[in-house]
Design a protein around this ligand. Structure first.
Ligand code: PMP
Length: 399
């Protein structure tokens, strides 16, 4: 049974009574077990991994590689070598663009990118398009922030080599039909890169069932520390990709006449990795896996429905997109700048996100400068929502 009081007690940062944190899509707070895992990684047996021959390094390496296996099982990857540690979703997307796409793309090739994507899933493709002469085409979105699947069908030709889309959109929380996108893209021989930065938080992801070619996410939105993330890729694709960063531990033999590289996953992990981050991510995943995740999602959706019902009665408030999935939703209030609202909410200890949410094209498509985004996590309470509604009502009255 999902017990909100027991959950909430596990988050030291949420023990400040007056504060309401509704910005978990930007980054989630951390449960004590994760904080403890970071500390113990440094305090008990800290050493570098895959280097040296003392017991400490053997222990650290074992914990680091066990963490990789935890991620493998969490997303049901076939092999642990398919899990590459990165700094986050952004770095993983850049790795794919530079190591998978750059050597393959040619002038005339097309990359399809969703119009509502986070900049992290647009800019790396623009950079590689510039480098290779390939072209980016956007998959347009409807007014309710869903991918226009008829337009996608029309754009999908054998010139399309890569389709890059978010599993769940960060501005509106809308889930995209990634299963259909993957199946259709594969029919024309394109590969699909799924940005799972938001999706991994709200769904049990099975990369084999999805048949995703690449799936990326950041640890920090999944209750783990910042600076650690995951690139999942199908082994055959990763095997065929050259390294991206060069340095220690990704090589077999270095000489001035040439260098040979090690295999997966090490060839993509040059330099000392974020060891404590990987271990703490695995702790976060274990913690999450022991929860009633369905109960947690049901709790989140109940809070969201409550918030949406209350907001619907506010004058001039417009929701952006459909509010059907995940704990994220966005709105604008006509005639009031989102910055002003966010400032007045902040003065009342309510943390929400206001702005364009690193999604300029989405805002442009809807002809808005930005939104107020509320993101509800499993540790939020009915009281949080009540305080938020009261604070927003007060802010609107003042403005
Ligand atoms: N994609 C989406 C959908 C996101 O929400 C975010 C984070 N806001 C990112 C990518 C980038 O994640 P990070 O900054 O952790 O690399």
């Amino acid at each position: 049974m999902f017990d909100i009081d027991a959950i909430r007690r596990q988050f030291p940062a949420l023990q400040v009574p007056a504060a309401v944190y509704l910005d978990s899509a930007a980054t989630a707070q951390k449960p004590k077990v994760v904080l403890d895992a970071i500390q113990s990684a440094y305090q008990q047996g800290h050493a570098n991994v895959h280097r040296g021959n003392h017991q400490l390094t053997a222990n650290a390496t074992a914990a680091f590689e066990a963490a990789r296996k935890t991620v493998q099982h969490f997303i049901n990857a076939t092999f642990s070598q398919e899990i590459i540690w990165t700094r986050g979703a952004t770095e993983a997307l850049n790795l794919i663009a530079q190591s998978y796409a750059r050597p393959r793309l040619q002038p005339g090739d097309i990359i399809l990118v969703g119009e509502m994507e986070h900049h992290a899933n647009i800019v790396p493709w623009q950079m590689v398009a510039e480098q290779t002469g390939a072209t980016i085409q956007k998959i347009p979105m409807s007014r309710d922030c869903q991918l226009d699947m008829a337009a996608f069908d029309a754009l999908l030709t054998d010139k399309v080599k890569i389709v890059a889309v978010a599993h769940i959109t960060n501005v509106t929380g809308t889930r995209q039909p990634i299963e259909t996108l993957i199946q259709k893209a594969h029919e024309v021989g394109a590969i699909v890169v799924v940005d799972g930065a938001q999706g991994i938080v709200h769904e049990n992801v099975d990369v084999q069932a999805l048949d995703a070619d690449f799936y990326v996410f950041s640890g920090h939105k999944l209750f783990a520390p910042t600076g650690i993330g995951v690139l999942y890729g199908k082994k055959a694709l990763l095997d065929a990709m050259p390294p991206w960063h060069g340095g220690g531990k990704m090589v077999e033999k270095v000489s001035f006449s040439g260098t040979t590289f090690t295999g997966l996953p090490g060839k993509f992990e040059a330099g000392t990795p974020n060891i404590s981050g990987a271990v703490a991510l695995s702790t976060a995943i274990q913690w999450l896996s022991e929860l009633d995740r369905d109960g947690a999602e049901a709790h989140i959706l109940t809070l969201k429905d409550k918030a949406i019902a209350a907001l619907s009665s506010l004058d001039d408030l417009r929701f952006i997109g459909l509010q059907t999935h995940s704990g994220v939703f966005s709105f604008v209030i006509d005639g009031i700048h989102y910055q002003d609202i966010a400032m007045l909410l902040d003065q009342q200890n309510i943390a929400v996100r206001a702005g364009n949410h690193c999604a300029h094209p989405l805002c442009d498509a809807l002809n808005i400068a930005g939104t107020i985004r509320v993101s509800i996590a499993l540790y939020n309470t009915e009281e949080d929502i009540d305080k938020f509604i009261a604070a927003l009502t007060k802010a609107c009255d003042l403005l």
